[in-house]
Design a protein around this ligand. Structure first.
Ligand SMILES: [Zn+2]
Length: 261
């Protein structure tokens, strides 16, 4: 599932489209885009993509006139810039045709994810109760939010209304590198642990962005390339274990990530 580092890479891809006007919008899967096509056309045809904004797992293509196209990538969404007129990808859902035979293609193997109109980006973010972006939140803001929280640390990191952008996979990596058990309660963390956790959160996300969120390019000392039950822990001789929290499978090393109580 695309998380902050994946979506940041789609943003980098979409930067190639900034400055171009949208010529047409082809919705190749009518069930996917929950809008009348005329609405998208009304707002965006002929308008230049002016700027991009990412908050958490949402990407906004901001256009002339103040409206934005809001994209959420669901479980399997991708965004590609194409200027070589390649064949339309098999799972294309929505194609933004741009000037000079260029286009942005949103694809997804599954139907989750969305493309919507945001007439006011800030209001859209507010209505969805999206928290501050994980790369933007200050250390003070992070500590304040954590002190208010009454949940497991994994639940805290993946709660999009507190910090936006981290999902199941990167939360496992951040906790592994911070040597914190995923079920640890936020109230039981020491100030030192919280400070370290904040630093690791930034480092993990930044490194993953740099490596294009490609697991095969991530450092060998990371959990992610071995995020599978029974794999050898990259830090000790222990084995990676599966753990279910809030109905979702996560992975951790019980030797490196001991629970305090
Ligand atoms: Zn270990």
């Amino acid at each position: 599932m695309p998380e902050l580092p994946d979506v940041e890479n789609y943003k980098i891809e979409a930067e190639k489209a900034v400055g171009s006007a949208i010529r047409s919008i082809d919705i190749t899967d009518k069930k996917f885009v929950d809008l009348k096509k005329s609405d998208l056309d009304k707002y965006f045809i002929g308008k230049k993509i002016k700027d991009l904004k990412r908050q958490g797992k949402f990407l906004f293509l901001e256009t002339e006139g103040g409206n934005a196209i809001a994209i959420h990538f669901g479980m399997t969404g991708t965004l590609e810039f194409d200027d070589s007129n390649q064949e339309v990808p098999r799972y294309a859902k929505c194609i933004f045709q741009l000037e000079n035979d260029r286009r942005l293609v949103y694809s997804s193997r599954r139907k989750l994810g969305k493309v919507e109109i945001a007439t006011d980006t800030e209001q859209y973010i507010h209505d969805r109760e999206l928290g501050q972006d994980a790369l933007e939140i200050s250390k003070t803001g992070f500590i304040e939010a954590l002190k208010k929280s009454r949940s497991s640390i994994k639940g805290f990191l993946t709660n999009q209304s507190v910090i936006a952008g981290i999902g199941n996979v990167y939360a496992d990596e951040i906790l592994f590198q911070s040597r914190i058990h995923p079920r640890e309660q936020t109230k039981d963390l020491s100030d030192k642990q919280i400070g370290e956790l904040y630093g690791k959160m930034k480092k993990v996300l930044e490194k993953a962005i740099e490596k294009q969120a490609d697991v095969s390019r991530l450092p060998g000392s990371w959990l992610l390339p071995r995020r599978k039950e029974g794999e050898e822990c990259p830090q000790c001789s222990g084995r990676v274990e599966k753990i279910k929290i809030s109905g979702r499978n996560g992975y951790y090393c019980p030797d490196c990530q001991e629970k305090s109580t």
